[in-house]
Write a protein that binds this ligand. Structure first.
Ligand SMILES: Nc1ncnc2c1ncn2[C@@H]1O[C@H](COP(=O)(O)OP(=O)(O)OP(=O)(O)O)[C@@H](O)[C@H]1O
Length: 272
């Protein structure tokens, strides 16, 4: 189930062709221009995401995971290649792609939990306050923050703030939720709890998510598919096309974790 970039099986090609992807990223090269440097973040990266995928971008620091997510979000244009959602080329940010970041300060500190979640519904979806409140409250319930609905962000723990950010993103019912290391700044226990809650939310609503992480264990736990990127500049190294199946074939999730680690970090024949 670990497929190298060069060897995609005919069976997988057939499945990929049969199910029209929601998101197609084709041969995307992304660069930053600084006054003195041209930094190539990713080179010729291709992948596709289907509806209800829990798709993880995994790779070492600096391989361009966040940059790819920014480009899917419409915040950055590829220098070559294309990014399409349901056949439409992505040219700018839109309410069909909501982002959840790692930082705890992504909420507006002067607004309550309810007001933070309602804000994009009022501004981007242009809903009436009553409609926005109803939707916001239902997603606040889903992330188990009913009792904190009137609290201000500074009174919340890091995990609670991330739950608000997830509720805000999901309440917009985007085509794709883009999550950039959303649990990386949490303590280990809270991080595990948040991973479990994300999976419960997915069981409820089957939303489509692209999740960036550099934790192999986190990737295996939350995804159904994983794209492995090589170190800077990021190129596709392999794809785990069915994480559950790969875990079973490898015996355990721990065995798959070792295989992915070796693929990402070791030269052939070496193991740390
Ligand atoms: N604003 C920027 N200007 C110039 N170079 C940048 C900028 N942002 C990122 N880069 C460079 O682009 C490359 C990819 O960065 P990116 O943050 O996408 O990697 P990443 O895989 O998400 O890393 P991490 O796991 O550490 O967050 C790196 O070499 C980084 O230094």
């Amino acid at each position: 189930m670990l497929q190298s970039a060069a060897t995609v099986s005919p069976a997988h090609q057939a499945i990929a062709q049969a199910a029209e992807p929601l998101l197609s990223v084709e041969k995307v090269t992304l660069r930053y221009k600084t006054p003195n440097l041209l930094v190539t973040a990713t080179e010729q990266v291709s992948f596709s995401v289907r509806k209800s995928d829990r798709f993880v971008l995994l790779g070492p620091s600096g391989c361009g995971k966040s940059t790819l997510l920014k480009a899917v979000g419409g915040y950055m244009k590829p220098v070559s290649g294309s990014i399409r959602i349901s056949g439409r080329t992505v040219t700018k940010p839109g309410p069909d792609r909501m982002m959840v970041f790692q930082e705890f300060d992504q909420l507006m500190p002067w607004k309550t939990v309810l007001e933070n979640v309602m804000f994009p519904l009022l501004v981007a979806r242009k809903l009436l306050p009553r409609e926005a409140e109803e939707i916001a409250r239902s997603y606040i319930d889903k992330v188990k923050l009913t009792r904190a609905v009137d609290s201000f962000p500074h009174t919340l723990s890091g995990g609670m703030k991330q739950r608000v950010a997830i509720a805000r993103g999901m309440a917009m019912q985007p085509d794709i939720l883009l999550m950039d290391e959303p649990f990386a700044a949490l303590d280990a226990l809270t991080r595990r709890q948040m991973q479990d809650e994300l999976l419960q939310l997915w069981d409820d609503t089957k939303f489509t998510v692209i999740f960036v992480t550099h934790s192999i264990a986190e990737a295996i736990k939350i995804s159904n598919r994983i794209l492995l990127l090589s170190p800077h500049p990021g190129r596709v190294k392999a794809e785990v096309v069915d994480v559950d199946k790969a875990s079973n074939e490898n015996g355990t999730a721990a065995a798959l974790e070792r295989d992915i680690h070796d693929l990402l970090f070791c030269e052939p024949g070496h193991r740390e």
